[in-house]
Design a protein around this ligand. Structure first.
Ligand SMILES: [Fe+2]
Length: 134
């Protein structure tokens, strides 16, 4: 069974955003597989920056929607995004300094993606549907 699965409750019903979230789930699973297979720092060193880059790309895409459609919670969400990016960069710095990616770190990533989707993005999806964008 994969470490994390994308299920229907996580759907925000905006195809582009749902696709991004599926990709993020896959990247977290890839990282988990690399860590649990003990497949070496090399794979982790490849997957971790990919996850960070993709997260930034994804957040910017969401922020584009928010700006374009005057989402009232834009400022809060942008701050939340910035905080998450900062945390992932800290993680990357610690990894580069020689820290191992522990199960706690993997749980942290899984939880933040879950909370991000269920807490913030489901609302955004509802808002966009409410104004007839999707
Ligand atoms: Fe998102």
């Amino acid at each position: 069974m994969p470490f994390m699965t994308f299920n229907d409750t996580m759907k925000v019903n905006i195809e582009e955003i749902d696709d991004h979230h599926r990709t993020l789930v896959s990247l977290i699973n890839e990282l988990y597989d690399a860590v649990s297979a003990g497949s070496g720092e090399e794979t982790i060193a490849k997957v971790l920056p990919e996850l960070i880059n993709y997260t930034m790309y994804h957040f910017f895409a969401e922020e584009d929607y928010m700006v374009k459609y005057s989402y009232p919670l834009y400022n809060e969400q942008k701050m939340e995004h910035a905080k998450l990016i900062e945390q992932t960069f800290e993680l990357y710095d610690r990894f580069n300094a020689g820290d191992k990616i522990s199960n706690d770190v993997l749980d942290f990533l899984k939880n933040w993606l879950n909370d991000h989707i269920l807490g913030l993005d489901v609302d955004l999806g509802r808002y966009l549907q409410g104004i007839g964008v999707v």
